[in-house]
Design a protein around this ligand. Sequence first.
Ligand code: DX5
Ligand code: ZN
Length: 209
Amino acid sequence: MKIAASFLDIKEPKCEELTKLDSLDVDYIHLDVMDGIFVENKTYTYEEFYNITRLTTKPKDIHLMVSDVKKYIDEFSKMNPEFLTFHYEAVSEVSSVLNYIKELGIKVGMSIKPSTDVAEIAKYLPYLDLVLVMSVEPGKGGQAFIEESTKKIEQLYNLREKENYNYVIEVDGGINDTTIRKCYKADMCVVGSFITKQNYEEALRKLRD
Ligand code: DX5
Ligand code: ZN
């Protein structure tokens, strides 16, 4: 299972904290970008994000929780992330956004909120590099894992087998050393507060166990 570390729960994150996260046994640095419109909270500007993460070496996994998706794609694509993920619920022209990211040469991810069913995004699955299943309501860290999410992971797993799709299945929200086990059919999980609210190395040991 690949792990993407989220620093959303670090208040006023600095380069030093990010370097510490980056040195752990994690596979990606996950950037939670919020605009105060699609979700209530607002994170940082592109320049601030760039500054905070400038010394990290791990590939970036960017999660856009924003309404004006194209504006943020134009900015954050400059970071050359491995994955750039937008929310299905935020856009009306899904295919156009999907192609827009692909044309930039970046792997495209699409995320669904807890209330959105896999069936709703079925027609886009052949074109996606990643599907992000939100296992909490997007908007803040430290919430409890929604158990129903495992059903969506299972559905996406089965569909990929059956139809020979290529997307990575990612799960985000409420992941700790217990809930990670329930997500064994996902390829990648985002972990925020479980890491940043305790000794980072110890948290990683527990997760990898
Ligand atoms: C929530 C964010 C998550 C968040 C996860 O909207 O997308 O990435 O940081 O935090 P935890 O692991 O604390 O649920
Ligand atoms: Zn996230």
